[in-house]
Each structure stands twice: as C-alpha cells, then as structure tokens.
Ligand binder design. Structure first.
Ligand code: ZN
Length: 68
C-alpha cells in the first residue's frame, strides 16, 4: 500500500497517509485542524510504478541483447 505525505495548507501540518490504490483523497482532512484538501507533497514510488519501471528496463535489456 503506498504511503502519501500531505501538508495542510491551513496550518502547515505535515502528515502521512496510507491510501488504497484508486482510493479518492477528496474527503481527506487534516488531523490537526480538520481542513479539507491537504496538499500532496510526496508520492513515494508505488508498487505498480516500480513494476512498470522494471518491465521497461527488462524490455530495453532484451532489445539490447537481440541487437547484438
Ligand atoms: Zn491543518
């Protein structure tokens, strides 16, 4: 499950939040002041992104091997 880091634009409180894939963050609120729509400051590499990146590298390696 990816972890996202959010920062409240109202009180600048930063907090981490686990988000399920495809989950909407629209109803996320700041745990400090309750303000809605905190700003996402970091999106760590998600498993799906990592897999995609790995596949791309493998494809590139396969192409390179085939060309030789
Ligand atoms: Zn806040």
């Amino acid at each position: 499950m990816p972890i996202y880091e959010f920062e409240c634009e109202k009180c600048n409180h930063a907090f981490e939040c686990f988000m399920k894939v495809g989950e909407d963050q629209g109803d996320l609120t700041c745990p400090e002041c309750g303000a809605a729509h905190p700003k996402k400051i970091i999106s760590r590499i998600q498993t799906s992104d990592f897999k995609r990146l790995g596949q791309r590298i493998l494809k590139r390696m396969a192409k390179r091997q085939a060309g030789e």
